[in-house]
Design a protein around this ligand. Structure first.
Ligand SMILES: [Zn+2]
Length: 61
């Protein structure tokens, strides 16, 4: 399909070709791996959660 198409990462805002999709949104590999390593860094984890909540709110309006 369009796997090679660039998508805008919702976390860093940069266009990337590799990453994962969550709730129809895109998170690039770099941010995804960073999220995996945020277990011990709650502040950053909360930041990610906050970002995703914003997305869902936007989608559900
Ligand atoms: Zn990113």
């Amino acid at each position: 399909m369009d796997e090679l198409a660039e998508k805008k990462c919702i976390i860093c805002g940069e266009p990337k070709t590799e990453g994962i999709h969550i709730a129809a949104e895109f998170i690039c590999d770099a941010c995804e791996s960073e999220m995996v390593h945020t277990d011990v860094r709650e502040e950053k984890y909360n930041f990610f959660i906050h970002r995703m909540k914003q997305i869902w709110v936007e989608k559900n309006v």
